[in-house]
Write a protein that binds this ligand. Structure first.
Ligand code: SAM
Length: 299
C-alpha cells in the first residue's frame, strides 16, 4: 500500500518556468510573490517553485506566455541539450512544445529550431505554444521524424537534436504509484502492457538511431517520462554500438544530480533518472555527445 512510501503523501509542488523571451526572472518573482510564496529551483535557472495548491492555469503570466507551467524534470531536458544561440536544432517529437519553447529561450531566439510533430491535432497546440512564447526562430513541421532525411542539405547544419518520443508516461501517473513501483525492471506483469512497452521501445530505439545519423549533430538528448527500464536504459544500451560507429558516446548530464541510470550496463552512471516518489515524477535523460568535437565536456 502507499503507506509504505510515506514520501508519496507529501503534496507535489507546482513549478513554473519563466520564459526568458518575454520576461526576466526578477520581474516574474515580483509579480508571483504578490499571491504566492515562491522559491527558485537550484537545478534549472528560471524555474520557480510554488506551493502545492497553487493553480496557475488562468494566471495572466501563464495566459500571455511569460511563464510556462512545466515540471522540474521536463525543464531539465532542454538544459541538458545545451544549445547555443545561433545553432540549428531539431526537436524531433515536439508537441505540445514545452521543450521547444524552452530551447528557443536558451538560444535567445537566435538560430533555428525545426520542431517536428506527427500528430495533426498536436501540431496545432505546438504552433499555439510557439506563438504564445514569442519563439520566432521555430519552424513547425507536420511530419514523421523518421521521414526527415539526414542527408538532405536543409539539415546539414543541425548541431543538436532533442528526442522526447512517445512513451508509456508511467513516470507521471502518481495515483498509480503502488502498481508502478515494483515494475522498473520487468516493465509490468500484465502481458498486454508488456507488449505495448515493447512496441514503444522499438519506436524509441528507431528514432534514436535516426537522430544519430544526422551528419553535423554533436549533441543528442533522449528523454522519457517513463520509469521502465525497457524504455530507458535498454533503449540507450541497445543503440550504443551504432552510436559508437557514428562517433557518439554517452556524456554525464547534470553531474551533481544524485540519481543515475539503473546499473544495467557499463556507462549507465552517465544517465539521469528522477525519482517517482522523491521527485514526484519519474523521468529519464540520456545525453550523447560526438567524441572529437566535445570531448572536454564529457568528463
Ligand atoms: N517534447 C514535448 C514537450 O515537451 O512538450 C512532448 C513530446 S510527447 C512525449 C511525444 C510526441 O511525439 C507526441 O506529440 C507524439 O504525437 C509525437 N510523435 C510520435 N511519433 C512521432 C514521429 N514518428 N515523428 C514525430 N513526432 C512523433
Amino acid at each position: 500500500s502507499s503507506s509504505s512510501f510515506p514520501a508519496s503523501d507529501v503534496p507535489k509542488p507546482r513549478y513554473v518556468r519563466v520564459n526568458a523571451l518575454k520576461m526576466d526572472v526578477e520581474s516574474a518573482l515580483l509579480e508571483l510573490r504578490k499571491q504566492y510564496e515562491v522559491l527558485q529551483d537550484d537545478t534549472v535557472h528560471g524555474l520557480l517553485i510554488l506551493p502545492p495548491g497553487a493553480d496557475l492555469h488562468n494566471h495572466p503570466l501563464v495566459k500571455n506566455g511569460s511563464v510556462f507551467m512545466q515540471g522540474k524534470a521536463s525543464s531539465m531536458v532542454a538544459v541538458a541539450l545545451g544549445p547555443k544561440p545561433g545553432w540549428e536544432v531539431i526537436d524531433a517529437c515536439a508537441a505540445p512544445g514545452n521543450k521547444t519553447v524552452h530551447l528557443a529561450a536558451l538560444m535567445k531566439g537566435k538560430g533555428k529550431i525545426i520542431a517536428c510533430e506527427l500528430n495533426k491535432e498536436r501540431v496545432q497546440r505546438l504552433e499555439d505554444n510557439v506563438k504564445l512564447a514569442g519563439a520566432t526562430n521555430v519552424k513547425v513541421m507536420h511530419d514523421d521524424f523518421l521521414n526527415l532525411n539526414p542527408e538532405d542539405p536543409s539539415y546539414s547544419k543541425v548541431r543538436a537534436i532533442l528526442l522526447d518520443p512517445s512513451c508509456s508516461g508511467s513516470g507521471t501517473v502518481v495515483d498509480r504509484l503502488d502498481h508502478l513501483l515494483p515494475s522498473y525492471g520487468a516493465g509490468n506483469s500484465d502481458p498486454s502492457n508488456m507488449n505495448r512497452l515493447r512496441k514503444l521501445a522499438a519506436f524509441q530505439k528507431k528514432a534514436l538511431e535516426h537522430a544519430l545519423c544526422f551528419p553535423a549533430v554533436e549533441r543528442i538528448v533522449y528523454s522519457t517520462c517513463s520509469i521502465h527500464q525497457i524504455e530507458n536504459e535498454d533503449v540507450v544500451s541497445s543503440v550504443l554500438p551504432f552510436a559508437s560507429t557514428h562517433g557518439f558516446q554517452l556524456a554525464t548530464t547534470f553531474p551533481q544530480w544524485p540519481q543515475r541510470g539503473l546499473p544495467t550496463f557499463d556507462g549507465s552512471q552517465h544517465l539521469l533518472r528522477t525519482d517517482l516518489v522523491k521527485d514526484k515524477e519519474g523521468f529519464f535523460i540520456a545525453l550523447f555527445v560526438r567524441k572529437n568535437t566535445h570531448q572536454l565536456e564529457t568528463v
